[in-house]
Design a protein around this ligand. Structure first.
Ligand SMILES: Nc1ncnc2c1ncn2[C@@H]1O[C@H](COP(=O)(O)OP(=O)(O)OP(=O)(O)O)[C@@H](O)[C@H]1O
Ligand SMILES: [Mg+2]
Length: 255
C-alpha cells in the first residue's frame, strides 16, 4: 500500500523539515520510491535538499499545482535517492488566490494534485508549515498518515492537544482513513530533567493510543547536515542517531 505521510506540528522549529528529509532518505535507502513535497512557504526543505528557492519557477513549485497554474511537476534530478516538489514564498499566496473558487473544495487541492503522481511513488512525505491553516489542512487531507515531531519541552507539549484535535476533526469530516503513524520526540536531552519528565508524560498520556518512537537526541549535527544539504546519516556516517532515524523508517514501512 502506498503511504502519504504529512509531517505536521503547528509549532515553529519542531523539527518537521529535518525529519521529513531524514525519513525520506532512510525510506529511499530501503529501495522505496520516495517523493518529498514542500508545503511550507519558508521552503526550508527545498533549501535543505540543496535547491535554490529563487530558481523554483511557478511550473516547478507546488504552488503552481495548488492554484491550477500548472500540472504537478516533480523536480527533474533525484537528490540523495529522493525526488522533490519544491516551493518558495509564492506558496504563501495560495489561500488568498483560491478563496474565491466556489467549485473546488480548496482543502482537497493537494490531494487532487497528488493523484497525478501517486502511482510513481511508494512514499510521499509532506513537510507542513508551522500553522494549522489551509496548507496544513490540505496536507492532512491528502495524507494517509501523520507523523508528529514533538520537542520534549513543556511549551511544545502544550500544543499537542490542539494538533490532535484538528486531526480528529479532519477524520470526522469524512477522512476517517487518516491515521497518526507516530509521535517522534525530538531534540531530546537525556541530561535535562524537564526533557525526561515531558517524555514520560507524553508516553503515559498516549500509551495504547498513539505510538511514541524512541527520542531523537538533541544534536548540532542536524543543523550542520542541513547546511551541507545532506541527510544526517550521510553527514555523520555510523552515528547512533542515524540508526534511530532508520528504525523510525522501518516502523513506518510496517504500519
Ligand atoms: N534533533 C535535533 N537536535 C538539534 N537540533 C535539531 C534537531 N532536529 C532539528 N534540529 C534543528 O532545529 C531547527 C528547526 O528544525 P526544522 O527546520 O526541521 O523545524 P521545522 O519544524 O521544520 O521548522 P518550521 O516550523 O520553521 O518549519 C533547525 O536548525 C534544525 O537543524
Ligand atoms: Mg519546516
Amino acid at each position: 500500500m502506498k503511504k502519504i505521510i504529512a509531517v505536521v506540528n503547528q509549532a515553529g522549529g519542531a523539527g518537521k523539515s529535518t525529519l521529513t528529509q531524514n525519513l525520506g532518505y532512510h525510506l529511499a535507502l530501503k529501495n522505496n520510491r520516495v517523493l518529498l513535497i514542500d508545503m511550507d512557504p519558508q521552503a526550508s526543505l527545498t533549501s535543505f535538499m540543496g535547491l535554490n528557492k529563487n530558481e523554483v519557477t511557478v511550473e516547478k513549485n507546488i504552488y503552481g499545482a495548488l492554484t491550477d497554474k500548472a500540472p504537478l511537476t516533480v523536480w527533474d534530478e533525484p537528490i540523495h535517492g529522493m525526488r522533490i516538489v519544491p516551493t518558495n514564498k509564492q506558496l504563501a499566496s495560495t489561500e488568498i488566490e483560491v478563496i474565491q473558487d466556489t467549485v473546488v473544495d480548496n482543502r482537497m487541492r493537494l490531494r487532487l494534485a497528488l493523484d497525478q503522481v501517486t502511482e510513481d511513488f511508494d512514499y510521499i512525505l509532506i513537510d507542513c508549515p508551522p500553522s494549522l491553516g489551509l496548507l496544513s489542512v490540505m496536507s492532512l487531507i491528502a495524507a494517509t498518515h501523520a507523523v508528529v515531531p514533538l520537542q520534549t519541552q513543556y511549551k511544545c507539549y502544550l500544543g499537542t492537544d490542539e494538533l490532535l484535535g484538528t486531526i480528529a476533526r479532519i477524520k470526522k469530516a469524512g477522512h476517517s482513513e487518516l491515521k497518526i503513524a507516530c509521535i517522534v520526540p525530538i531534540m531530546y536531552d537525556a541530561r535535562n530533567k524537564q526533557d525526561k519528565g515531558i517524555l514520560e508524560e507524553i508516553k503515559n498520556q498516549l500509551e495504547g493510543k498513539i505510538h511514541v518512537t524512541k527520542p531523537i537526541p538533541k544534536s548540532t549535527y542536524f543543523a550542520d547536515a542541513s547546511q551541507e544539504h545532506v541527510p544526517f546519516a550521510l553527514y555523520k556516517k555510523g552515528h547512533p542517531t542515524g540508526k534511530l532515524l532508520q528504525d523510525i523508517a522501518t516502523y513506518i514501512e510496517k504500519i
